[in-house]
Design a protein around this ligand. Structure first.
Ligand SMILES: *Cc1c(COP(=O)(O)O)cnc(C)c1O
Length: 389
C-alpha cells in the first residue's frame, strides 16, 4: 500500500506527465566554450546563462581556489554573526561602483535576495505593482510581503500609469517591480519611462537585472543601456549568470542597504556565501570592467543568430522562439539535441500557458559557424514543421 504522501506525489507527477509538464534533472557536465557532456555525448549548449563563459575562466577559477586556501570552503554562519568574511566588503564596493550606487548588499542567491528585499520594503497597507512577466522570485517576494499587489501588462506604461492613478493614493508606500532584462523573452523594460512614473507618484522603483549585469549597458546592466543612467534606486541582480559565480545583490543608497542588512530575513537567517563564490565574482568583475567589447560580445552573438533567421535585433543574449505547445517544443529540443545542440524546452509555468518555447542564449565563446549551423537547422527543420501545425 502506498502511503498517502507517496500517493499524492505520484498522482501529481502523473498529471504533469500527461500534460508534458513533468520536469527531469539531467546530468550535465559543462566544459569550456559552452560545451556540455550529456550521456557521453558532447553538445554545444545554447541554453546556459553563463553569458561570458566566466565560470570556466582561468582567472576566475584561480581566484576561487585562492579564496578557499585563505578562508576555507564555507562562511560558517550568517553574515550578521561570523560569516562576513573580508571578501564581502570588497565585492559590495565593486558592485556599487559598477552600478553607480552608494552601496550594495550581497545575498545567498538572486532568489533569496528578492524574497528578502521585497517584504523588507513593503507590507500590509502598501502597494506593489509588478510586470506580469517578472521573475518568479519577485512575485513570491510580493506574496510574502502581504502588500496589496497588482500586475500590469508586460512593459505597458499606460497600464502601469492607470494602476498608479487608481491605487497609489490609498497606499502608504508603493513599490514598482520589473525585470530589467526579461529572462524568458530577452527584451528590456522601459526603465527610463518607468522611473519617471515612479518619481511622479512617489513610488520606489526596483529592477531585477539578473540577465543584464555583465552583458548590456557595457556590462553595467539595464539601467545603463543607451548611455544615460536611468534613475533606478533599487538595482537588484545575481552573480550566478554572466558573473559566472553564485549569489544575489542589491545596489542602492547607503541607508537603504543598511536597512536591508538589518531587516531582510533571507540575509539575516541564511548563511553567508562561501568565500570562493565571492572571490570568483570579484575576478569576473575585473574581466568585465577591463573590456566593454567583451561585455558586448554575448549580445553580438545573439544578433548573428537573429539576423540569420530574420528575427528582430535582440536587446540581450536571449532569443526566444515561441512554438506554443509543450509537446512541439520538446520535439524541437530533441531534434536539436540529436544534431549536437543543447537548447532546453521552456514550458509553463515558467512561461505563460500556450507560449512554450525554445530559449536560445548566446555566450562570448560561441563560434559563429556553430551559431549559423544552428540557425540553419531552425530555419529548415523547426520553422516549417511549426508553420504546418
Ligand atoms: C535567475 C534569476 C533570478 C534568481 O537568481 P539566482 O541567483 O539564480 O537565484 C532572479 N531573477 C531573475 C530575473 C532571474 O532570471
Amino acid at each position: 500500500m502506498m502511503s498517502s504522501l507517496d500517493a499524492f506525489a505520484a498522482s501529481k507527477l502523473a498529471q504533469l506527465e500527461a500534460r508534458n509538464l513533468r520536469r527531469r534533472l539531467v546530468e550535465t557536465d559543462r566544459r569550456e566554450q559552452a560545451y556540455a557532456m550529456r550521456d557521453g555525448r558532447q553538445l554545444i549548449s545554447f541554453c546556459c546563462n553563463d553569458y561570458l563563459n566566466l565560470s570556466q575562466h582561468p582567472r576566475v577559477k584561480a581566484a576561487a581556489i585562492a579564496a578557499i586556501e585563505t578562508y576555507g570552503t564555507g562562511s560558517g554562519a550568517s553574515r550578521l554573526v561570523t560569516g562576513n568574511h573580508p571578501l564581502f566588503g570588497v565585492l559590495e564596493a565593486r558592485l556599487a561602483k559598477l552600478k553607480q550606487a552608494e552601496d550594495s548588499v550581497i545575498f545567498g542567491s538572486g532568489y533569496l535576495a528578492n524574497l528578502g528585499i521585497v517584504p523588507a520594503l513593503a507590507g500590509p497597507g502598501d502597494l506593489i505593482l509588478a510586470d506580469e512577466l517578472s521573475h518568479s522570485c519577485l512575485l513570491m517576494g510580493t506574496k510574502l510581503s502581504g502588500a496589496q499587489a497588482h500586475i500590469f501588462r508586460h512593459n505597458d506604461l499606460a497600464h502601469l500609469a492607470e494602476l498608479l492613478a487608481a491605487h497609489r493614493g490609498a497606499a502608504r508606500h508603493c513599490l514598482i517591480l520589473t525585470d530589467g532584462v526579461f529572462s524568458m523573452d530577452g527584451d528590456l523594460a522601459p526603465v527610463h519611462e518607468m522611473a519617471a512614473l515612479a518619481r511622479m507618484h512617489d513610488a520606489w522603483f526596483m529592477t531585477d537585472d539578473a540577465h543584464g549585469i555583465g552583458v548590456v549597458g557595457d556590462g553595467r546592466g539595464s539601467s545603463f543601456v543607451g548611455g544615460v543612467k536611468a534613475d533606478v534606486p533599487l538595482q537588484m541582480g545575481t552573480l550566478s549568470k554572466a558573473i559566472g559565480s553564485y549569489g544575489g545583490y542589491l545596489c542602492a543608497s547607503k541607508v537603504v542597504c543598511d536597512f536591508i542588512r538589518t531587516r531582510a530575513r533571507t540575509l539575516i537567517y541564511s548563511t553567508g556565501l562561501p568565500p570562493a563564490s565571492v572571490a570568483a565574482a570579484i575576478a569576473a568583475l575585473d574581466l568585465i570592467e577591463e573590456s566593454p567589447d567583451f561585455a558586448r560580445s554575448a549580445v553580438k552573438k545573439a544578433a548573428l543568430f537573429a539576423r540569420a533567421l530574420n528575427l528582430p535585433a535582440p536587446e540581450s543574449p536571449i532569443v526566444p522562439l515561441i512554438l506554443g505547445e509543450a509537446e512541439a517544443t520538446l520535439n524541437a529540443s530533441a531534434l536539436l539535441e540529436a544534431e549536437g545542440f543543447l537548447v532546453t524546452a521552456i514550458r509553463p509555468p515558467t512561461v505563460p500557458e500556450g507560449t512554450a518555447r525554445l530559449r536560445f542564449t548566446f555566450t562570448a565563446e560561441h563560434r559563429d559557424e556553430d551559431i549559423l549551423r544552428l540557425a540553419g537547422l531552425v530555419r529548415e527543420r523547426i520553422l516549417p514543421r511549426h508553420a504546418a501545425e
